[in-house]
Design a protein around this ligand. Structure first.
Ligand code: BDR
Ligand code: CA
Length: 311
């Protein structure tokens, strides 16, 4: 299995990304690190512990990272994920604890000690990853690749041009995209192919497990905000797409391209400028996801929740 660390801000789709990473045998989840994004750091960290508790994920360290973006102020996405960051289900008191170490220190320690290079899967603003690369430049060569959910080849979801994870900390994203570490970007253009239709929700329900029911409640809440805010019929399950790319690269088709993060634009700050047609001559620095095998994606996602629920 591919060793990975999931860096997240749960978040409904982050919750399912954690489950996919913990429940699918093709990856070895070494740690879950949290960052401020969808909600404050305190809430995203509590939510990660809640997810681990309901999913029976034990023995995977959970560490809290940065409480705010590198430069700008924190703007949470409570309109999408609710006041708790994970509205919908009622969670029991978490029994999984957070470790005393900062997320960046934990990541660095794991990278330094693990026998093989480790893949980082950020599904949140890139603050922790940028700090890791800045504080520990030698960490870069211990990272196999960074497979992130963020950005878009097309339009945004927090502004006409910018996607949330990049717009939430553009300076951090800029550091990551310019780091030279092999990078895969799973943006909105591909995650909008991972739609949690009523048929998909019914598959989680039919598992007949407590965890399957938690997923139903998460997806139902997520569907309601996506319907109200953007008029989506079915909500796109962004974050697990990045995990899916690691566990079976064939599920997410990518092309090579140069990607830069817009930091200055008066109307476009936080946009990912993706040179799909090689206009600029700038070197390739990312694999950019374009198409999702949604059948295979949902089979793996439901399979992981089944595996965790049966344990
Ligand atoms: C991203 O923003 C967050 O609200 C989601 O968890 C996902 O990581 C989608 O733009
Ligand atoms: Ca997220």
């Amino acid at each position: 299995p591919v060793p990975i660390i999931v860096d997240c801000d749960p978040g409904h789709d982050d919750a399912l990304a954690i489950m996919l990473a913990a429940g699918d045998p093709a990856v070895d989840l070494l740690a879950i690190t949290t960052v401020a994004g969808n909600q404050t750091l305190a809430k995203t960290t509590l939510n990660a512990r809640r997810v681990c508790t309901v999913a029976g994920i034990t023995g995977v360290p959970v560490a809290a990272g940065c409480a705010r973006p590198l430069v700008q102020a924190l703007h949470v996405a409570d309109d999408v994920h609710g006041a708790s960051g994970l509205d919908g289900p009622r969670f029991p008191e978490p029994t999984v604890d957070v470790v005393a170490e900062h997320a960046v220190d934990l990541m660095y320690r794991i990278l330094a000690r693990h026998p093989e290079p480790v893949t980082l899967v950020p599904t949140a603003p890139l603050t922790n990853i940028a700090l890791l690369l800045t504080r520990h430049p030698d960490a870069a060569r211990r990272i196999r690749e960074i497979v992130l959910m963020g950005g878009s080849t097309e339009r945004g979801n927090r502004s006409p041009a910018a996607e949330f994870n990049i717009q939430a900390d553009p300076e951090a994203a800029d550091i990551v995209f310019r780091s030279g570490v092999p990078l895969t970007m799973c943006g909105l253009n591909v995650t909008h192919q991972a739609l949690a239709t009523p048929e998909i929700v019914a598959r989680f329900e039919r598992l007949g497990t407590e965890l399957g029911q938690v997923c139903v409640e998460l997806l139902t809440f997520f569907a309601s905000t996506y319907r109200t805010l953007w008029g989506f019929q079915d909500p796109p399950l962004h974050d697990p797409v990045a995990v899916a790319r690691v566990l079976d690269p064939g599920i997410v088709h990518c092309v090579d391209a140069n990607v830069v993060v817009e930091l200055q634009g008066r109307y476009t700050r936080g946009a990912t400028v993706v040179d799909l047609h090689r206009y600029t001559g700038r070197p390739v620095n990312a694999q950019v996801a374009l198409t999702l095998d949604s059948g295979a994606f949902w089979d793996r996602m439901v399979g992981a929740v089944k595996a965790l629920g049966d344990r």
